[in-house]
Write a protein that binds this ligand. Structure first.
Ligand code: FES
Length: 461
């Protein structure tokens, strides 16, 4: 190995033997993005004075150099991983208004909390203090914290988590963020997780389709792909379709347009407005200040046909349920296979696949089971009451809430894991695809109902 000192012209030469540490080796754990490592055993070292025929001044590190972090950072990552499922304090360091309905909150570690690496597209689970709930909605000062999940809109190479949150009319948590959260506040969050993410090394082109606030995972993915392009010299081809109601509600236009314009042709970006205001002109101006859009109307099969030569691509969908179901149906019309469609939903329901009971469900999650119990008894053992349950009744979370219990929950669609409850006896089945890797012996009660053949379902609730 040669270590040139460009200031002095000296070179340090080391000789020895090398052992390759392949991906998955315990010593690589904690080094973000490391594919492999090598261990050098020194046999001889030598300083070669004034060897370089030139000198140079340091400018900046290559993006590759610092990508995997230092030994100290790797150790911190290893420690933080053990706390992956616990609440961690994160400090709000910046707040940026992205549109008239979407605001971004930048979060960094608070009091030595280490930010764990994540995959572009994953989400963060946050809780807001119980007092906000009791102040706004009830007089019960013992109310439990409210938990929600939000996609991280920053890229894994950035040194912060950025949550971009849409202010929803009746959204308790989104209103809390928009109205109460200030720079310097500390938020409790669990580290990012989720099964909706993109692989930057895949050679298939990817089509990212975001509707409204559903653009948040797409911008994380696009930034990640662009950064990996710089780092590895391979940029996965991307086509980004961004649907918004109008320019006032649209977020990240400049960021996405700049990514596309500087990608050397690997990334293209199309903005669609379903209800543009009267003064919004359609066109393709290159001046970023002249915010324009490419098409008026909704995304449909014709738009895909016109803008992208559809082939063996992967499709990533995110947005409101109706938007995703519509886009999913349009993609099937074009002959896209289920196995190439990946989806992330906001809210309790997700895409209804046109083919059920298949391993090719849209988000590659567990097979839908239809084997619900005909009738059974649900026993909430900690709370001490029982409830008869008949086929077609609500999910266990709804049943518990209707009895005044306040179990934790976040996404209500099986992707965050917040509602996991221990099963003391019996078994459950899921009414929709759950993407969270629930542990054996636990149930995600937001989507679960008693399984066929179970007489008593006993839950630690
Ligand atoms: S609430 Fe998120 S998995 Fe149930």
């Amino acid at each position: 190995m040669l270590f040139p000192d460009f200031d002095t012209g000296n070179v340090l030469m080391l000789t020895g033997s090398v052992e390759i540490l392949w991906d998955g080796h315990p010593e690589l754990e904690g080094f973000i993005g490391a594919d492999r490592g090598w261990k050098f055993n020194l046999t001889k070292g030598m300083w070669l004075k004034n060897l370089l025929p030139f000198s140079a001044k340091f400018d900046a590190y290559s993006p590759n150099t610092k990508m995997t972090g230092t030994w100290l950072e790797a150790d911190k990552n290893k420690q933080a991983k053990k706390l992956k499922h616990t609440w961690q304090p994160l400090k709000v360091t910046k707040i940026i208004k992205e549109s008239n309905v979407i605001t971004s909150f930048y979060l960094e570690g608070h009091n030595n909390t280490t930010l764990l690496p994540f995959k572009a597209g994953q989400h963060l689970t946050v809780q807001i203090p119980s007092k906000s709930r009791s102040n706004s909605n009830s007089n019960n000062s013992n109310s439990k914290p409210v938990i929600r999940t939000y996609t991280v809109s920053s890229s894994p190479h950035e040194l912060f988590y950025r949550l971009s949150i849409k202010k929803e009319l009746n959204g308790e948590v989104s209103n809390y963020f928009h109205n109460n959260v200030k720079v310097g506040d500390v938020i409790l969050a669990k580290y990012p997780q989720g099964q909706f993410f993109i692989d930057s090394t895949n050679t298939k082109p990817a089509v990212l389709i975001g509707g409204g606030i559903g653009i948040t995972p797409m911008i994380s993915m696009a930034k990640h792909i662009a950064n990996e392009g710089l780092r590895t010299r391979y940029t996965r081809p991307l086509h980004i379709f961004h649907s918004a109601k109008n320019k006032q509600q649209r977020a990240f236009y400049n960021e996405l347009k700049t990514l596309a314009d500087t990608s050397g042709g690997a990334i293209d970006y199309y903005s669609l407005l379903s209800q543009p205001e009267l003064d919004e002109k359609q066109g393709g101006g290159s001046n970023l200040k002249d915010e324009s859009f490419d098409l008026k109307g909704r995304i449909n099969a014709d738009v895909f046909r016109y803008y992208s030569p559809l082939d063996d691509y992967e499709f990533f969908l995110c947005g409101p349920d109706a938007f995703m179901q519509h886009v999913y149906n349009e993609l099937l019309l074009l002959g896209v296979q289920d196995k190439n469609i990946f989806a992330e939903a906001f809210g309790p329901s997700i895409i209804k696949p046109q083919v059920l009971n298949t391993n090719e469900a849209p988000n590659k999650s567990k097979e839908i089971s239809t084997e619900e119990a005909d009738n059974t008894v649900i026993k909430f053992s900690k709370s001490g009451f029982e409830q008869r349950w008949n086929k077609g009744d609500n999910t266990i979370l709804n049943v518990a809430e209707s009895h005044g219990l306040e179990p934790e929950f976040g996404c209500r669609n099986g992707s965050c894991g917040s509602c996991a409850v221990k099963i003391n006896a019996g078994a459950v089945v899921y009414r929709n695809n759950v993407s969270y890797p629930v542990e054996t012996g636990q149930a995600l009660i937001c989507c679960a109902v008693p399984a066929k053949g179970v007489e008593i379902l006993d839950l630690e609730l």
